[in-house]
Design a binder for this molecule. Structure first.
Ligand code: NAD
Length: 495
C-alpha cells in the first residue's frame, strides 16, 4: 500500500506517551510513481459499472462492523479518545458508505437534457470521473474521514492517493486494508503517510482534485497550490460553532445535548459547540442542569466503555486549550466547571470546562479552541442570539434548542449545517444531505449528491441529426435568420 520511504514516523499513544508503532514515511520523490500506479489501476476501474463499484463499498460497510473492536483499539491508541467517541467513527463510516453505495448509481447515470433544437439535437449529460483524487485528512477523525471521502471518490470512478495525518497513519492503513479485503483492486487506493508540508506539494503536483480536511490556515495554503494547477479543491476547515437555547426549549434535553456537542471527542471535533447563547428566561435553570451533567462525566484513559471523555490528542492541543482558558481567566472570565489539566490521568488530559464572562478581548471568544471548553452567554431574545451566533468568520455548524422555533431560526443562521434539538450528530449523520461550511469553514461539501459529484467532470454530449444549426437547404443568411427568429420565438413561448 505504501511507497518507498525515508524518514521513520513514530506514532505515540496520547494515553501514556508509549510508542504505538513506527513506520516509514513516504518519500516525496516516490509520489509520482504512486500516482502512476494509481492511474493505471483507474484505467480499469473507470470501466467497472457503478453498481459493481458500489458492491465493494457495501462489503466494506459489513467489514467495518465486523472489525469494530480492532478499529476502535487502533483509533483510541493513536488519538487517545474515549471508546464511545471512537465508536462514532465506526458507526458513521459503516452507515455512510452504505448510503453512498445505494445512491451512486442514480446520481452517476447519464441524464437526457433538452437539446439545442428539439427533435434534432439529442443531448446527454455524463458524469465522468476527474481521474486521480488526493485526500488529506486530520488526526481527530482518523477513520471515518479517510473512509468516507475515499468511498465517494472511488464510487465516482477515480483512484485515490490518501495522506493521513502523521499522528494517525495506522488507522488509515487499517482502513486501506479493509478496502482491499472488500475487493478493491490493487493500486487504486494508496496511503502515503508523512508530514503534510513535505508531501503536500508532491501530491498536489500529481492529482486532478484535492479534498482537504483540517485547519483554515492549511486550507488557504492548499487552495493557492490547487489554484496554481487549476484543479478542483474542496475543504472542510475549522469552526467556532454556536448553540442557541430559546425560552421554549426542553432544558434538560438541551443541557444533555450541549454536553455531547461540546465534549464528545474531547471537544476536538470540527462541528463541536464552543459557545452557547441562552435566553434569559431559562438561563439559570439551563446552567444548573448543564453543570450537574458535566460533573457526572467520567474522564480517563481506558479501552473499555466506562469512560466518557478521553485525552486530548497531543501536547500541542493541551497547550492551546490551556492557553485559551488561562487567557480568559486572566481577563476576568469565571470558570464554572473544569478549567485545569489532569496530568494524574495522562500527559494530555484536560477537564471538561464551562466558562462565563468571556469577552471580545479573549482568544476564546472568537478563535477555535478545538478542545473541551464551552463559553456561556446570556441573551435577551432570539434576535440577539441569532445576531451573535452569526457574528463569526466561521460558518460550519450550529445547534438550536426550541420546541417550535428551530427551523425558523435555522433559516437565519449563516452556517452549512443546523441541528435542531440535537448538537451535531443529526446533520452529520444525515449522509444523504450535504455537509460543510460557509465563510472560513470551507469550500464545497462532503456527503450528499455534492459530496459525490464533486469528484466528477460533467461532460455534455450533443448529437445533431438531420439538419445542421446553420443555413441549410439553399437558405441564405437572411432567410435563415428570419426562420430562426420565428423558431426561437416559438421555443421561448413553450412552458
Ligand atoms: P492541519 O491543517 O494542521 O492538518 C491537517 C492535515 O493537513 C494533516 O494531514 C497534515 O499533515 C496536513 N498538512 C498540514 N500542513 C500541510 C501542508 N502545508 N501541505 C499539505 N498538507 C498539510 O490541521 P490540524 O490542526 O491537525 O486539524 C485540526 C483542524 O481540522 C481543526 O481546525 C478542525 O476544525 C479541522 N477539521 C475540520 C473538519 C471538517 O469537516 N470541517 C473535520 C475535522 C477537522
Amino acid at each position: 500500500m505504501t511507497s518507498t520511504s525515508t524518514v521513520p514516523l513514530r506514532v505515540r499513544r496520547p494515553f501514556d506517551g508509549a510508542v504505538h508503532g513506527i513506520l516509514a514515511a513516504t518519500d516525496p520523490e516516490a509520489v509520482p510513481a504512486a500516482a502512476a500506479r494509481a492511474r493505471q489501476a483507474r484505467a480499469v476501474w473507470e470501466r467497472v459499472p457503478v453498481r459493481e463499484r458500489a458492491r465493494v463499498l457495501t462489503r466494506l460497510a459489513g467489514l467495518i462492523l465486523a472489525e469494530r473492536d480492532r478499529i476502535l483499539d487502533t483509533i483510541q491508541s493513536e488519538t487517545g479518545k474515549a471508546r464511545l467517541s471512537a465508536f462514532e467513527e465506526v458507526a458513521d463510516a459503516a452507515r455512510a458508505v452504505r448510503v453512498f453505495a445505494r445512491a451512486a448509481p442514480r446520481l452517476l447515470r447519464p441524464v437526457r437534457r433538452p437539446g439545442a433544437i428539439p427533435l434534432l439535437t439529442r443531448t446527454v449529460e455524463h458524469q465522468r470521473p476527474v481521474g486521480l483524487v488526493g485526500i488529506i485528512t486530520p488526526w481527530n477523525y482518523p477513520f471515518t474521514l479517510p473512509v468516507t471521502d475515499t468511498a465517494h471518490a472511488l464510487l465516482a470512478g477515480n483512484a485515490v492517493l490518501l495522506k493521513p495525518d502523521s499522528q494517525s497513519p495506522f488507522t488509515a492503513l487499517l482502513a486501506a486494508e479493509l478496502f482491499a479485503a472488500a475487493g478493491l483492486p490493487d493500486g487504486l487506493l494508496q496511503v502515503l503517510p508523512g508530514a503534510g508540508r513535505a508531501l503536500g506539494p508532491a501530491l498536489i503536483a500529481e492529482v486532478d482534485y484535492l479534498m482537504f480536511t483540517g485547519s483554515t490556515k492549511t486550507g488557504r495554503v492548499l487552495a493557492a497550490q490547487c489554484a496554481d494547477r487549476l484543479i478542483g479543491f474542496s475543504a472542510e476547515l475549522g469552526g467556532k460553532n454556536p448553540l442557541i437555547v430559546l425560552a421554549d426549549a426542553d432544558i434538560a434535553a438541551a443541557a444533555a445535548g450541549t454536553v455531547r456537542a461540546a465534549f464528545a471527542n474531547t471537544g476536538q471535533l470540527c462541528i463541536s459547540i464552543e459557545r452557547a447563547y441562552v435566553e434569559s428566561a431559562v438561563y439559570d435553570g439551563y446552567v444548573r442542569e448543564l453543570l450537574a451533567q458535566v460533573s457526572r462525566l467520567r474522564l480517563g484513559a481506558g479501552y473499555d466503555w466506562a469512560v466518557d471523555i478521553g485525552s486530548l490528542a497531543s501536547a500541542a492541543q493541551l497547550e492551546k486549550v490551556t492557553a485559551h482558558v488561562e487567557d480568559a481567566v486572566a481577563g476576568g472570565a469565571t470558570v464554572l466547571a473544569g478549567g485545569r489539566a489532569r496530568p494524574d490521568l495522562g500527559p494530555f488530559f484536560y477537564e471538561p470546562t464551562v466558562l462565563t464572562g468571556v469577552t471580545e478581548d479573549m482568544a476564546l471568544c472568537r478563535e477555535e479552541t478545538f478542545g473541551p471548553v464551552l463559553a456561556l452567554y446570556r441573551v435577551a431574545s432570539e434576535d440577539e442570539a441569532v445576531a451573535r451566533a452569526n457574528d463569526s468568520r466561521y460558518g460550519l455548524n450550529a445547534s438550536v434548542w426550541s420546541a417550535r422555533r428551530g427551523p425558523a431560526v435555522a433559516a437565519r443562521l449563516a452556517v452549512g449545517t443546523v441541528n435542531v434539538n440535537e448538537g451535531y450528530a443529526a446533520a452529520w449523520g444525515s449522509h444523504a444531505a450535504s455537509m460543510g461550511g460557509a465563510g472560513e469553514s470551507g469550500i464545497g461539501r462532503r456527503h450528499g449528491s455534492q459530496g459525490l459529484l464533486k469528484y466528477t467532470e460533467p461532460q455534455t454530449v450533443a448529437e445533431q441529426r438531420l439538419l445542421p444549426i446553420a443555413p441549410f437547404g439553399g437558405l441564405d443568411n437572411a432567410g435563415y435568420a428570419t426562420l430562426m427568429t420565428r423558431a426561437v420565438s416559438v421555443l421561448n413561448r413553450l412552458p
